[in-house]
Design a protein around this ligand. Structure first.
Ligand SMILES: Cc1cc2nc3c(=O)[nH]c(=O)nc-3n(C[C@H](O)[C@H](O)[C@H](O)COP(=O)(O)OP(=O)(O)OC[C@H]3O[C@@H](n4cnc5c(N)ncnc54)[C@H](O)[C@@H]3O)c2cc1C
Length: 303
C-alpha cells in the first residue's frame, strides 16, 4: 500500500502513561500519530502517587494524565476518545477498527498500550474507598504509605499469600482474608505463620468504608477493622487486540516483547501494564520510550 494511503504513521491504542509517553516521543520525532483511548486508565484512579520521580509532594494520577495529554497535543499528536475493537493487518501496516462503526484508521505501525484492569472487590463506595486510600491495589506503589498500619489483604486464590507476605515487610499487623473457602497448602500456612501474618479463613461477607478511616471487613466469624485493605483478586490483561493477531503472550496474558518492545507481529509494539507485570508508571513510560524510538527507526525516512 502506498505511504500516502495511510491516515497516520503510528496509532497508539491506549491513553495512559505508556500510550501518552509513546505519543509524545513519536510526535517529537515528527511522526504523525493518533492516540485512541477508551478513557479508563488505571493511572486516573491514583489518588496521589508518591513514587513518581520528580514529584516529592506526590502527584494526583488524573493530573499527571492531563499534563501528559497536553504535552502530546503540544507536539501535534491527535488524541481521540475511541474504543478499538480489532486490529487488521493490511499491506505495510494495520487497519484499526472501532466499536462504533466509524471508518477504520489506517496506519503503518501500532503501539498497544491498553493496560490491565483490577478485579475489584464487591463493596459500596468503591471509588471513594480508593480515593481515601482505604482500598488499595498496588503494594509496590504504596506499601510505604501503610507502614505500621493494620493491613488486610483480600483474595480468592492461593496467590494472595504472596501479597500478604510482601506487605509484611511494611507492617507487622497483616491479616489475610478470603472471598471464598480456599485450600492453602501446608507450606503456605507455614510461611504465613512464620511471618506472623494472621489468617482469617472464614469467607468475607461484606466490606464497608468506615467513616473514621479504613475498611470494616465482615466475615462469617465476626468483623475486623483494617486501616487499609489490599484487593488481591487478580487482573484482566487487555492484550486481546494483539493476541487475536497471533501475538505471543505468557500464561497470564501479558504480551511478550523483545528488548525494543516489539511483539511477535511485525509493526506491532507493546508497552506498559499490558506487557510488564510490575505495573508501574515509570516502567510504562520507559517501555513506551523504547517502543517509540524503535518505531521511529523502523518507519524510516518520510515516504
Ligand atoms: C489505585 C491504583 C494506584 C496506583 N498507584 C501507583 C503509583 O503510586 N505509582 C505507580 O507507578 N503506579 C501506580 N499504579 C499503577 C499504574 O496506574 C499503572 O502501572 C499505569 O497506569 C500503567 O499505564 P498504562 O498506560 O500501561 O495503562 P493504563 O494507565 O491503564 O492505560 C491504558 C489505557 O488503554 C485504554 N484502552 C484499553 N483498551 C482499549 C481499547 N480497546 N481501545 C481504546 N483504548 C483502550 C484504557 O482506556 C486506558 O486509558 C496504581 C494503580 C492503581 C489502580
Amino acid at each position: 500500500m502506498a505511504a500516502d494511503s495511510f491516515d497516520c504513521e503510528a496509532a497508539v491504542v491506549g491513553g495512559g502513561p505508556a500510550g501518552l509517553t509513546g505519543a509524545i516521543y513519536l510526535a517529537r520525532f515528527k511522526r504523525s500519530v493518533t492516540v485512541l483511548d477508551a478513557g479508563f486508565s488505571r493511572a486516573a484512579k491514583i489518588p496521589r502517587s508518591h513514587n513518581m520521580p520528580g514529584y516529592p509532594q506526590g502527584v494526583v494520577g488524573a493530573e499527571l494524565i492531563a499534563a501528559m495529554r497536553a504535552q502530546a497535543h503540544l507536539y501535534g499528536a491527535r488524541v481521540e476518545k475511541a474504543c478499538v475493537q480489532r486490529l487488521q493487518r493490511i499491506g505495510g501496516g494495520f487497519a484499526v477498527h472501532f466499536d462504533d462503526g466509524r471508518e477504520p484508521l489506517r496506519c503503518r505501525s501500532v503501539l498497544l498500550a491498553t493496560g490491565v484492569s483490577d478485579n475489584a472487590p464487591a463493596m459500596p463506595q468503591l471509588a471513594q474507598a480508593l480515593r481515601d486510600g482505604a482500598l488499595r491495589y498496588c503494594p509496590v506503589c504504596d506499601g510505604f504509605e501503610v507502614i505500621g498500619c493494620h493491613v488486610g489483604v483480600l483474595t480468592d486464590r492461593c496467590a494472595g499469600v504472596r501479597e500478604a507476605l510482601y506487605l509484611r515487610h511494611f507492617s507487622d499487623r497483616v491479616t489475610l482474608y478470603f472471598t471464598q473457602r480456599v485450600d492453602l497448602t501446608e507450606e503456605d500456612r507455614r510461611r504465613l505463620a512464620a511471618a506472623d501474618v494472621a489468617l482469617q479463613p472464614a469467607p468475607v461477607r461484606a466490606l464497608h468504608l468506615r467513616e473514621s478511616a479504613g475498611v470494616r471487613v465482615e466475615h462469617e466469624d465476626g468483623a475486623d477493622d483494617c486501616d487499609a485493605l489490599y484487593g488481591a483478586l487478580g487482573l484482566r490483561v487487555h492484550s486481546q487486540l494483539a493476541t487475536a493477531l497471533g501475538a505471543a503472550h505468557d500464561d497470564d496474558g501479558y504480551l511478550l516483547t523483545d528488548s525494543h518492545q516489539r511483539t511477535s507481529i511485525e509493526g506491532l509494539y507493546a508497552a506498559g501494564d499490558v506487557a510488564q507485570s510490575l505495573n508501574q508508571i515509570t516502567v510504562a513510560a520507559g517501555g513506551a520510550a523504547i517502543a517509540a524510538s524503535a518505531m521511529h527507526r523502523a518507519l524510516g525516512l518520510p515516504g
